[in-house]
Design a binder for this molecule. Structure first.
Ligand SMILES: C[S@@+](CC[C@H](N)C(=O)[O-])C[C@H]1O[C@@H](n2cnc3c(N)ncnc32)[C@H](O)[C@@H]1O
Length: 246
């Protein structure tokens, strides 16, 4: 069965944080980099666009005291429900492009692993250019064109055919008037094999929602054979940090 992206995240919401919950070092590491590349100041108005369950908004709050609420935007109300209702966050159930074309001015905008869900990226980026204050920074974090995840072969090849290339995003940003820089951030992941297999079974990446149950089971079988003698899977997780400034 093929799910829509909306359905995928609505049903994933319950488990999403558990997938990464035991990897607090990883989240802390990436959050430090996010704060650094956003040049986040305590007075900034920050938007976390496509925030999901707010994993990174919550981690940002634990590392820096912000005077304004983080504006957490996501079309999945089930994902947003995982964000506490308190003075640190304002949640908005909305599609990113719609949000980007509504009034409002912000200092910093974070898009982490969401840009691949946007069909008309130019329209989104044009909207965001208008939303950013003069000293503003948009940080787009996405996976690179190829990944080393210990997935089955078919998943990796589909990934390569659908993942947007960061260079195409750079061109779009530059044409709109942004000045861009690209950096690569790496993190060595070590994860118990059974945990990772369970994440794949639960389609932890939206990429996996392209495969039906039979294909996922075949994929898992392939992975079992490939990693038969290992109890831990080790690989390098790489992120593209695309900073766009006015
Ligand atoms: C892989 S998750 C990333 C969540 C979060 N940024 C993180 O890194 O943990 C992708 C998120 O993008 C959201 N999303 C999908 N389509 C979207 C759209 N058109 N506008 C905004 N967010 C969208 C999904 O609901 C989901 O929460």
């Amino acid at each position: 069965m093929q799910y829509s992206i909306q359905e995928h995240y609505q049903s994933l919401a319950k488990q999403y944080d558990d997938f990464w919950g035991t990897s607090s070092d990883f989240i802390e590491f990436l959050t430090k980099k996010i704060i650094e590349y956003l040049k986040l100041n305590t007075t900034d108005i920050l938007v976390d666009l496509g925030c999901g369950t707010g994993i990174y908004s919550k981690a940002i709050i634990s590392q820096i005291k912000l005077e304004n609420k983080i504006i957490c935007v996501d079309p999945s109300d089930k994902m947003l429900e995982k964000i506490p209702t308190n003075s640190y966050y304002e949640t908005v159930v909305e599609d990113a492009t719609m949000f980007s074309h509504k009034s409002g001015k912000y200092d910093k905008i974070l898009i982490k692993e969401m840009i691949h869900h946007i069909d008309d990226k130019e329209k989104l980026l044009q909207g965001l250019f208008s939303r950013l204050n003069e000293q503003g920074i948009l940080l787009i974090i996405l996976l690179p064109p190829t990944i080393e995840y210990p997935l089955f072969e078919k998943a990796l090849s589909v990934y390569e055919s659908v993942q947007p290339h960061y260079n195409a995003l750079v061109n779009l940003c530059e044409n709109i008037g942004f000045k861009t820089t690209v950096n690569f951030i790496e993190y060595p992941v070590s994860i118990p094999k059974e945990k990772y297999f369970n994440m794949v079974k639960n389609r932890y990446m939206s990429l996996l929602s392209r495969f039906n149950d039979e294909e996922i089971n075949q994929g898992l079988q392939e992975m079992k054979e490939k990693y038969t003698n290992l109890s831990n899977l080790e690989f390098c997780d790489r992120f593209v940090f695309l900073s766009a400034k006015k």
